[in-house]
Design a protein around this ligand. Structure first.
Ligand SMILES: *[C@@H]1O[C@H](CO)[C@@H](O)[C@H](O)[C@H]1NC(C)=O
Ligand SMILES: *[C@@H]1O[C@H](CO)[C@@H](O)[C@H](O)[C@H]1NC(C)=O
Ligand SMILES: *[C@@H]1O[C@H](CO)[C@@H](O)[C@H](O)[C@H]1NC(C)=O
Ligand SMILES: *[C@@H]1O[C@H](CO)[C@@H](O)[C@H](O)[C@H]1NC(C)=O
Length: 241
């Protein structure tokens, strides 16, 4: 066979790969759900190792969508990330706050949320997560540890008064113990971020639900979970729940 012709074919193939790879991602794009970062406010464009990830975000060191800076900021009150004030009804207890830090680490750092990424029309991000199947124990302990903290709203995405630069309770939204606004674990995990999570009936270690907390010495358990749901998504054309 003619060598020049073969080279031309190879070049054409390489060119097609580049063009195909540059296509914008859409929810219908099923090819690449396994290891991606959402297009949001602070995410890197692609996951990669981050040796110095800080504190509770360190489990994602081997492969992360967050930068070191984001991992540090995730531990601060009213951080540069979103200017969000956890202490909007007096001090949030540390046992409760650590779950919000972990939730921030998962959101910012996880490269395993592909099947649940959706496009959105928001000024501050192009994509969000919807109905991530959070392991039931992770939701339960979040809810239990926040029992003694206070809040004034059940959806923390909208309705705040931001005039001071961080979120304050709107007038007519009274501070109550968490259980007043979140009577069940599912009410907390599903409602707080407008259904970013949908609490799973599956348990930690099942390979069928996303773990907010994990010990990285045994690898990242969410890699298996995303493989399962990406296949389910490819088969059914719908995100699994
Ligand atoms: C992270 O980066 C932002 C913006 O550059 C900066 O304001 C902030 O101080 C940095 N945080 C840390 C912990 O370095
Ligand atoms: C976003 O908003 C613009 C204008 O408001 C609209 O044209 C567009 O269809 C919206 N996109 C989505 C994904 O909702
Ligand atoms: C928002 O908070 C400011 C104080 O920071 C207050 O003066 C204002 O009345 C509040 N607005 C609403 C709509 O709650
Ligand atoms: C959830 O799990 C419990 C206990 O294993 C089971 O009884 C229940 O039927 C399950 N619910 C659903 C919706 O799968």
């Amino acid at each position: 066979m003619n060598m020049a012709w073969q080279i031309t074919q190879l070049l054409l193939l390489a060119l097609m790969t580049v063009v195909w790879g540059a296509q914008p991602r859409t929810p219908q794009d099923k090819r690449n759900l396994l290891n991606i970062c959402m297009n949001a406010k602070h995410h890197k464009t692609k996951p990669s190792p981050e040796d110095k990830l800080y504190g509770q975000c360190s489990p994602w060191k081997k492969n992360a969508c967050c930068s070191v800076n984001t991992s540090q900021e995730a531990h601060k009150d009213v951080s540069y990330l979103y200017r969000f004030n956890w202490d909007h009804c007096g001090l949030m207890k540390p046992a409760c706050k650590r779950h919000f830090i972990q939730d921030t680490c998962l959101y910012e750092c996880s490269p395993n949320l592909g099947p649940w990424i959706q496009e959105v029309n928001q000024s501050w991000r192009k994509e969000r997560i919807l109905n991530v199947p959070l392991c039931k124990e992770d939701c339960q302990s979040w809810w239990e540890d926040c029992r003694t903290s206070y809040t004034c709203k059940s959806n923390w995405h909208k309705g705040w008064n931001w005039t001071s630069g961080s979120n304050q309770c709107p007038v007519n939204a009274a501070c109550h113990p968490f259980h007043f606004y979140f009577p069940t674990p599912a009410a907390l995990c599903n409602e707080i971020w407008s259904h970013s999570y949908k609490v799973s009936n599956y348990s930690r270690g099942s390979g069928r639900c996303i773990q907010m907390w994990f010990d990285p010495t045994h690898g990242n358990p969410n890699e298996e979970v995303v493989r399962f749901y990406a296949e389910a998504t490819n088969r059914a054309g719908l995100p699994g729940a």
